[in-house]
Design a binder for this molecule. Structure first.
Ligand code: CAA
Ligand code: FAD
Length: 385
């Protein structure tokens, strides 16, 4: 039984997103990688086309697009530029905690500016000593009257410095482990918020990754997302929906590499004929397309489950499927981009051709939103419970 069926609207959205990606994003991708600057012009183009945060519900001024539509947008942007695809992806990651657990007041305050393209939203779970073991975080939030005071350093925060708002997980009840963690909205303009230098990375260089440093940041207690002690659950429940967007990013990167390689092998001649005539390369191309399509079907299936779960129909296999989609798509992307470099030979190894960048960009999809070892931990726990 199929749980999803892309509609005509989904296909139209794909066409729109591909046109924006081809015209406005692809021509900037190599330069963005080279300069390591956040592509503000790409953000503006995405906002102009209303593709920067399609997932925000209509009641908060958004397009109200479903999870599959969000996947399609991220895929198409990532096909052109992986770093740029973190604009729609991380806007979703930062805001899903609110959509799942926040008070109506917080939703009304923080979702509309994101929908309008006036603010971006990041998600701050990880710390230097708490990556895979996220519950080992040290950042503290102490109640002081009707305010919380936050102290600590969040590490590896995507789009930090560019985003206006941050979902921050912090310990409110030390010694209680995961049940002692709460989630908050922190604003970039809050006194005591600062950012570390940009990490120098292998790929996705146009997406800044920085520490978010919190020094006596005093925020109203009403900025807590949900109840005290529910922050870790909200953080993990969020990842159930957003690991699917990383799968989408991986699919897009892989599709970009496959498409480029397909064009190249028809043009490049060796031994007096196009290299596409060699069966050894044809088999590589077939395997690349097969792995990509298998990962895409899993991702779309997971997206359909995510959509049902978002609308009051809990899906008991969502945790498994979102981890499986992220793991399968990112492993496929790493293999497909590596093969694309191989298909271009020496040229593929240079920055004159985009597959080199795509291979570097693909690697992160096996690491963030939980490494693929952690995805296997999650899947195995679901199987064995
Ligand atoms: N939804 C809701 N609640 C969940 C849950 C889920 N999917 N999974 C677990 N929980 C609950 C558990 O029921 C438990 O609650 P109770 O104590 O009340 O029963 C609580 O959360 C703690 O669960 P665990 O004991 O399973 O937690 P753990 O400490 O063993 O950790 C883990 C589990 C899977 C390893 C988790 O820490 C994890 O996913 N680690 C990876 C971190 C990660 O993915 N970080 C991503 C950062 S964001 C990012 O990277 C952004 C980007 O790229 C752009
Ligand atoms: P570690 O946890 O130290 O892992 C090291 C190795 O040990 C890995 O291979 C891991 O798989 C393995 N390992 C650990 N535990 C186990 C286990 N139980 N079983 C088997 N193997 C295990 N975080 C955010 O909160 N917000 C963001 O926006 C964000 N963006 C990021 C952007 C980038 C570019 C990067 C690099 C990271 C980002 N992260 C973000 C953090 C990311 O989620 C973590 O890097 C990731 O979860 C891994 O944590 P770690 O780096 O501490 O690695």
């Amino acid at each position: 039984m199929s749980f999803y069926a892309p509609t005509e609207e989904h296909e139209m959205l794909r066409e729109t997103a591909r046109a924006v990606a081809d015209e406005k994003i692809a021509p900037r991708a190599a330069e963005t990688d080279e300069t390591e600057e956040f592509p503000s012009d790409v953000y503006k183009s995405l906002v102009a086309a209303d593709l920067h945060a399609v997932h925000v519900p209509e009641e908060y001024g958004g397009a109200g697009a479903d999870a599959l539509a969000t996947v399609i947008v991220i895929e198409e942007v990532a096909r052109a530029c992986a770093a740029s695809s973190l604009i729609p992806a991380v806007n979703k990651l930062g805001t899903v905690p609110l959509m799942l657990s926040a008070s109506e007041e917080l939703k009304q305050r923080y979702l509309p500016p994101v929908a309008r393209g006036e603010a971006m939203f990041s998600y701050a779970l990880s710390e230097a000593d708490a990556g895979s073991d996220a519950a080992a975080m040290k950042t503290r939030a102490e109640l002081d009257g009707d305010h919380y005071v936050l102290n600590g350093t969040k590490m590896w925060i995507t789009n930090a410095g560019v985003s206006d708002y941050y979902t921050v997980m912090a310990v409110t009840a030390p010694g209680e482990g995961a049940r002692g963690i709460s989630a908050f909205v922190v604003e970039k303009s809050d006194e005591g918020v600062s950012f570390g230098p940009k990490e120098k990375k292998l790929g996705i260089k146009g997406s800044p990754t920085r520490q978010v440093i919190l020094e006596n940041v005093r925020i109203p207690a009403t900025r807590m997302i949900g109840e005290p002690g529910t922050g870790f659950k909200t953080a993990l429940a969020t990842l159930d929906h957003t690991r699917i967007t990383i799968a989408a990013q991986a699919l897009g990167i892989a599709q970009g590499a496959l498409d480029y390689a397909l064009g190249y092998v028809k043009e490049r001649k060796q031994f007096g004929k196009p290299i596409a005539d060699f069966q050894g390369l044809q088999f590589m191309l077939a395997d690349m397309a097969m792995k990509l399509e298998a990962a895409r079907q899993l991702t779309y299936h997971a997206a359909a489950k995510s959509e049902l779960a978002m609308h009051g129909q809990p899906q008991k296999d969502l945790t498994f499927l979102s981890s499986a989609a992220k793991c399968a798509a990112s492993d496929a992307a790493m293999e497909i981009t590596t093969d694309a470099v191989q298909l271009l030979g020496g040229y593929g190894y240079t920055r004159e051709f985009p597959v080199e960048r795509m291979m570097r960009d693909a690697k992160i999809t096996q690491i963030y939103e939980g490494t693929n070892q952690i995805q296997r931990v999650v899947m195995a726990r679901q199987l064995l419970k």
